[in-house]
Structures are given as C-alpha cells and as structure tokens.
Design a protein around this ligand. Structure first.
Ligand code: EPZ
Length: 434
C-alpha cells in the first residue's frame, strides 16, 4: 500500500447482489493498547490475531524506538521482547500521526519514571484534548513541563503514586492509560467514570493473566493494586475480534448483499447497531460468533433517529457508515454525534453523490431518504468516513473513485480483496503510478 492509493469501484446501483463470507480480524482499538502494555512486562509476550494494518505497524515502530524487540512470527502473529527497554522519548514523527500513541505514556512513565512526547496529532474528527491525561498524572505525583515540542513528565522519586482519579469525560484511551499506569504505581489507584468498551475489559483481563491486580473491569469504577513488572513468558494473547469492522460489514450487508455471513465476530459487542438495524427492518440472524444478513432485494427500510453514545450505546465509529444506510431508509432520519465535534465532515461529498442531507451544526444532521446515489470522485477525510465512502460507492450507480485509501488501510486489513470476494468490482490504483 502506498500514499495516494485510490479505489475504483463499480457501483451496484442499489442492487443487493453481493454474497459470501467475511472473516473479522483483530480489533485495532484493542491491539494498539495491548502492544503499549508490553512496556509493563519484564520479559516477553506473544500476540495472535493481530490485524496487518498501518496503525499496528506504526505502534510497533514506536515500541522498537523505545528498545523493545518485535518479531513477526507469521502473518497476524508477533513476539515481543521487552528486556531492552531503554528510552522514555516517543518518536515524534510517529506519535504525531498516531493518536493512540498517547496510551504509551502511562506504562512508560510507570516503568521508567519519565516520558517525553510531542503534542499528539489532532485529527479531522475533533480537537482530541489530553487534559484528562495531564491532570491524572499530576494526581499520581508526576510533574509536567511543557515546551514548544510537547511534554516532559516525571514521576517524583521515579515512581508513580496510586491515586483516586475521576474522569470528567468518559475516555477510552484515558481509562486504558491509567489502568496501565496503576499496574506499576505504589499502592492503590481507583479510576472513576471509566469508559466501558469491551477492548478495555480485554486489555485488563490480559494484564491480570500476567500478574496485574485489576478489579472492576467493565464497570465505571476500576481499582488497580500496584505491583511488580508483569511476566509474559509462555503467554499468548489473542486479539479481540474487531466490533467496528464487524459493524461496518453488517451495514454493508444490509445495503448490498443477497446473503452475507460475517464470521469470527462477537455479536454481543454490537447490541446497539443490531437493535437499530432490526428496528429499520433489516433481517439479521445471530450465532455464537457469527452474524448473517439476508435481503430479498425489495426491502423497505424505515428512517431512524440515531444518537452516538459511549459503550454500550451506538458507537461513534459507526456513525458515518450508518449514515450511508440512512440515505436508503424511507423518511427523515436524524443524527446526533455526541462524542466528537468534527465527525460530520463527510456529508458534503455524500450530498454530491445525490444524498439529501442537511448538517444543522457540528453535532447534528438530517437525512431524507431513500435517494439513489451516483458515482463520484471523493476524498476520504479519515478512517471511518473513508469506509463510509466505500459503502456509498458500492450502492451508487456508475463508477466512483475513493482517494486517500491510506486512511482506510489504517483500520481495515486488505479491504479490497475481501470485498472483491463477495463479487464487487473494486480495484486499488497505487499512488506511485499516478
Ligand atoms: C477511542 O479514542 C478510539 N480510538 C476512537 O476510535 C473512538 O472513536 C473513541 O475512543 C470513542 O469511542 C482508540 O481507541 C485508539 P475518547 P479516544 O478519549 O480514547 C474527550 C477510530 O476510528 N476527551 O474516548 O481518543 C474527547 O474530546 C478511533 O478507531 C477529553 O475531553 O476517545 C471526546 O469528546 C477514532 N479529554 C471524548 O473525551 C481528554 O484528555 C471521548 O474521547 C481525552 C478525551
């Protein structure tokens, strides 16, 4: 994959003819934190079901820069050796492009007593502040100095002190960062108003398997008893199935498939999306680790009001893909994006494709459907809107060109090969031969 790659997609013009199976990969938003958590280990660990995506490769580069040895044993399987950890400065050019690198600050500060990192890259979906991180570290006895590049944070006497921290916003990465900081802090850390995402539970259970003492996972109050470095010898963590990828493909199936089976997923992590799609009239069958969607082709879906919300509410990462579904629903739908203030920027291109959309403010929009979409040349502004554009291009008539595919490559492994296996005409044109 290269910079400026683009997809050429021949739309189905509203037909629901795709059919086949999609196997879900490991969750980007879990494995990035499990990788960061390797800093808490004295020896080694093995990870499987690791998605081969840009963000994982960037996190691996970041960890190598800290002195951690990372070896790919085979596709989707990695071994990490952490004895050589010897650097507390995050590589600026990598961490600026990877918002998730912020979670590395917790374990690094806890283990080495110091961390240096740049202002994290904001991205198009919103400001992405880090006030919860800075105030949390101060509560744990660290001092923060700011300079033109970013931050230097030092734990007093080289060791974080356990503390009680209340998050004024439920934050996924802040919850994960302070769970990991608490693992090596002196004494007990109590985190309140924690995020409840399943990726957090999976991370915490893995750390407990290797010697951490974390209780309250999956609830809004998490307690961590500080202790020694974790031991990963002989231990293997299988990355949790990616619920956002599974949800994206479920929406694809509802819009374009005669018969789509989604395998190796966790349906219980998609309650909100399944509830909304079922209410709109989509026929969904659910198994232990699979979801099947079937269309006869003449379905009429009803319009819905959808409000994004912290887990287990409707995930903000599925808001853009779901909006594509709502362009094909009968009536007026209303979207309220409560988490980020910049996550409706994809509507302009959707309007150019023929959708009847009206953005009311930075959090709310209206969609009138159903409207046929026509193929266009469109630029993905970010990862999840990029996937939404692929969905729009598939239901549209004629041909579409989706640019900035590198954003989509950040979160979806070999997406064009997998979609082509369902019968879709999709080609990747490399940016190198523009
Ligand atoms: C995680 O981001 C995910 N990223 C995001 O997925 C996801 O959209 C988001 O959680 C919400 O579910 C990863 O896990 C790597 P937050 P995160 O902190 O943790 C505010 C994707 O496409 N906030 O839960 O950065 C913030 O502004 C990505 O895979 C503060 O106020 O999101 C937002 O309004 C996009 N101060 C709210 O909290 C802080 O210090 C929730 O954001 C931090 C956050």
């Amino acid at each position: 994959m290269a910079k400026d790659d683009r997809f050429i997609i021949t739309g189905l013009g509203g037909a629901k003819t795709l059919r086949g199976e999609l196997v879900i990969g490991g969750a980007k938003n879990e494995v990035l934190k499990v990788l960061a958590g390797s800093i808490l280990f004295c020896d080694e660990l093995t990870l499987t079901n690791v998605p081969e995506i840009e963000d994982v490769w960037r996190m691996i580069e970041l960890l190598k820069g800290l002195g951690i040895k990372v070896r790919q044993l085979e596709k989707n399987k990695y071994h990490l050796e952490t004895k050589g950890l010897n650097n507390f400065s995050l590589a600026s050019e990598i961490s600026k492009k990877l918002r998730a690198s912020i979670v590395v600050t917790g374990p690094l500060l806890a283990r080495l007593g110091k961390v240096v990192f740049p202002y994290p890259g904001g991205c198009v979906i919103g400001k992405r502040p880090i006030d919860l991180f800075l105030s949390g570290f101060e509560k744990m006895g660290a001092t923060i100095t700011e300079n033109e590049e970013g931050f230097v944070i030092e734990a007093s006497r080289g060791k974080l002190q356990g503390a009680e921290i209340f998050f004024k916003n439920q934050s996924v990465t802040a919850t994960e960062t302070f769970i990991m900081a608490g693992v090596l802090a002196e004494g007990q850390t109590v985190l309140k108003n924690c995020a409840l995402e399943p990726e957090i539970v999976s991370l915490g259970e893995w750390l407990n398997e290797c010697g951490a003492k974390i209780t309250g996972l999956g609830t809004s109050t998490i307690t961590i008893h500080g202790g020694d470095l974790l031991v990963g010898e002989g231990k293997t963590h299988e990355t949790l199935a990616d619920r956002i990828e599974a949800g994206s493909f479920l929406i694809l199936g509802a819009l374009t498939a005669a018969d789509l089976l989604i395998k190796k997923c966790r349906p219980e992590h998609l309650d909100a999306l399944i509830a909304y799609l079922s209410e709109a009239g989509v026929k969904i069958e659910i198994g232990f680790d699979w979801i099947k969607v079937i269309n006869k082709g003449d379905e009429k879906f009803t319009a819905l009001d959808v409000k994004t919300h912290e887990y287990p509410g409707f995930p903000t990462d599925l808001q853009a893909p779901f909006a594509i579904f709502l362009t094909q629903a009968d009536g007026q739908s209303y979207i309220f994006e409560t988490i980020f203030e910049g996550r409706l920027n994809y509507f302009e291109a959707l309007g150019r494709m023929g959708a009847k959309v009206k953005v009311l403010d930075s959090h709310r929009a209206i969609i009138d459907g159903p409207t046929p979409l026509s193929g266009r040349e469109i630029e993905s502004p970010d990862l999840r809107a990029g996937l939404a554009y692929v969905l729009a291009a598939i239901i549209a008539s004629d041909e579409s060109v989706v640019h900035n595919v590198e954003y989509i490559d950040r979160g979806y492994e070999e997406i064009e090969k997998r979609l082509a296996s369902l019968g879709l005409d999709i080609k990747r044109i490399s940016g190198n031969c523009s």
